[in-house]
Design a protein around this ligand. Structure first.
Ligand SMILES: Cc1cc2nc3c(=O)[nH]c(=O)nc-3n(C[C@H](O)[C@H](O)[C@H](O)COP(=O)(O)O)c2cc1C
Length: 170
């Protein structure tokens, strides 16, 4: 299958999570395109889509939200998985705005949404970002669990592989 992994990232940490998911899908024999959501022109060439974003101030980055909006119809006609990457200290249920996530899931008829802990490197943040993060008591460091990320990618590959096998001509 041809799979799109589209990831919105401000400081690169979430993009690397997307690359590990893409790697798991590739290893399972799928064709994978990794793109920034703003660079996705067409969904039609893809059999399935993984769409992810870093969470800033409780929301997905605009380019990921915009892709979910402008491509809602084609996305809802194929298997779609969503993931978010946020603060390690934030309970998963609090990382995203619950209403925004519910709307996004419904809009693209996503099969699942997964939250992953992210990476917080104060040295690359702007002054405004540092102020926000100090108030939120964000824990500095790389909290990404690439074993869990890869396992999630493998579970997606397995699900798609099983569906492909079920529809293969005898
Ligand atoms: C200014 C700022 C606001 C943030 N807001 C949230 C938030 O509301 N919820 C959350 O879970 N994580 C939040 N984070 C943490 C980021 O989502 C996390 O550092 C993520 O790994 C960054 O991904 P990126 O490197 O792809 O941009 C925030 C980080 C910064 C710097």
């Amino acid at each position: 299958m041809r799979i799109l992994v589209a990831v919105a990232s401000r400081h690169g940490g979430t993009r690397e999570i997307g690359s590990v998911i893409a790697g798991a899908l590739l290893a399972a024999g799928h064709d994978v395109d990794e793109l920034d959501p703003a660079d996705v022109a067409l969904i039609d060439p893809y059999d399935a889509v993984v769409l992810g974003s870093a969470v800033y101030n409780g929301r997905w980055l605009p380019e990921a939200r915009e892709l979910a909006e402008r491509a809602a119809t084609p996305l809802s006609h194929r298997p779609v998985w969503l993931f978010s990457s946020g603060l390690a200290t934030q309970p998963a249920s609090m990382a995203n705005s619950p209403t925004e996530m519910r709307d996004l899931r419904e809009r693209v008829a996503a099969r699942a949404h997964r939250n992953f802990a992210g990476r917080l490197d104060r040295s690359v943040l702007s002054f405004a970002e540092r102020t926000i993060i100090a108030a939120a008591r964000g824990r500095e460091g790389d909290h990404r669990d690439f074993v869990a990320v890869r396992a999630w990618g493998e579970s997606i590959a397995q699900e798609l592989g099983a569906e492909l096998a079920a529809h293969a001509p005898l």
